[in-house]
Design a protein around this ligand. Structure first.
Ligand code: RIB
Length: 295
C-alpha cells in the first residue's frame, strides 16, 4: 500500500453556537464557544489516519499552531513535512446553528505562504504508488499538481471551498475528484443537477468522480461503473468536517485496495458519526467505531 500525503490547510477553528446565523447589521450573542483543530487538509489527514492509513501531512503553521501539530501527531499522522511561519496560522470563525448546520469565515494565514521550494522538498520523498490529497485552502496548488503528476503520484482533489481560482488549475491531472453538489454544479457549469455528473465525466474523461449529495448519499463513477450509496440518517449536532471525514476515509480504504462499494460504505458511516458529534477534527471517528456503526 502506497503512502498518503495531504498537502493542505491547518486551521484553528473558533466555533460559536448561535440561535441562527448572524444577519447583516445584527449583533448576536453566542451561547457557547469552542476552540478546535480544523482545516480541510488537517481534517482529511486525520480521517485517513484514523481509518488506518499511513499518512503524512505537509503545510504551514504559525507560532500559534502547536495545537494543530499535536492533534495530528496524536492521531498518528507524520508531521515532519510541516513548515513554520512567523505569521499567524490559518483560522476559521464557524457559526453552528441548532440544526447542526454551519457557516464558515476563513482566514488563510500561513496556509497561503507555501513556497515552490518547500513543495519540491516535500514531493522529493514521494513517488509512483503514493497518493496526494489536495483541497482549495493553500496557495501554489497548480504547481503542486504539476510536480506531483511529474513524480507519478495519484492526485486526489477536493475542490473545496470552491471559487473562481479552481478553473485555472490543471484538473486534467487529477485521478480522483471528490466534490459536493455545489462544487459539481460549478465545475460542470450547470445548475441542472441531473446533468452534473455527465458534465464532469465529459470534462474529465479519465478521472474517477465521487459526488456527494448530502442527505441523499453519494455517487461514484469511474467511467466503467456507477455506484450509488445512500446516506445514514443521524441526528445532526454539527456538520463541520463531515465531507472531510468522508474524503479521508474513502481515500484510505481505496489505498488499502478495498472495492469501491466498501470504500463508499465506510466513508458514509464515518461521516455520519462525525455529523453526530461537535467540532471538526475532534468529531472524526476511528475505524473501530465505524465498523460498529450500521447503515
Ligand atoms: O471542512 C471544515 C473545515 O473548513 C473547518 O475545519 C474549517 O477550518 C474550514 O477549513
Amino acid at each position: 500500500m502506497g503512502k498518503i500525503l495531504t498537502f493542505g490547510s491547518l486551521n484553528v477553528d473558533y466555533v460559536y453556537h448561535v440561535p441562527h446565523f448572524v444577519a447583516p447589521g445584527e449583533t448576536l450573542a453566542a451561547s457557547k464557544r469552542e476552540v478546535n483543530c480544523g482545516g480541510k487538509g488537517l481534517n482529511q489527514s486525520i480521517a485517513a489516519a484514523r481509518a488506518g492509513a499511513e499518512v503524512f501531512h505537509a503545510g504551514k503553521i504559525g507560532a500559534d499552531g502547536q495545537i494543530l501539530t499535536d492533534m495530528l501527531s496524536q492521531s498518528g499522522v507524520d508531521i515532519s513535512y510541516i513548515q513554520h511561519s512567523s505569521g499567524p496560522s490559518g483560522h476559521a470563525i464557524i457559526q453552528v446553528d441548532p440544526s447542526g448546520q454551519n457557516c464558515i469565515l476563513l482566514f488563510g494565514g500561513s496556509n497561503q505562504e507555501i513556497t515552490t521550494q518547500e513543495v519540491d522538498q516535500v514531493l522529493a520523498n514521494f513517488g509512483p504508488g503514493d497518493r496526494i490529497i489536495l483541497q482549495n485552502e493553500i496557495n501554489n496548488l497548480a504547481y503542486i499538481m504539476h510536480q506531483a503528476a511529474a513524480r507519478g503520484l495519484d492526485i486526489v482533489f477536493n475542490p473545496s471551498p470552491i471559487d473562481a481560482s479552481i478553473q485555472s488549475l490543471p484538473l486534467e491531472l487529477v485521478s480522483l475528484l471528490v466534490l459536493n453538489e455545489i462544487e459539481g454544479a460549478a465545475l460542470a457549469g450547470t445548475e441542472d443537477e441531473s446533468l452534473v455528473l455527465e458534465g464532469l465525466r465529459k470534462q474529465f474523461p479519465r478521472c474517477r468522480i465521487l459526488l456527494t449529495l448530502g442527505s441523499r448519499g453519494c455517487i461514484y463513477d469511474d467511467g466503467t461503473q456507477r455506484i450509488q450509496q445512500k446516506a445514514c440518517s443521524v441526528e445532526a449536532v454539527d456538520t463541520t468536517a463531515a465531507g472531510d471525514t468522508f474524503t479521508g476515509y474513502f481515500v484510505a480504504a481505496d489505498a488499502a485496495g478495498l472495492p469501491p462499494q466498501e470504500c463508499l460504505r465506510l466513508a458514509t458511516q464515518a461521516a455520519a458519526i462525525a455529523v453526530s458529534r461537535p467540532g471538526a477534527a475532534p468529531s472524526i471517528p476511528v475505524m473501530a467505531e465505524v465498523k460498529q456503526f450500521s447503515l
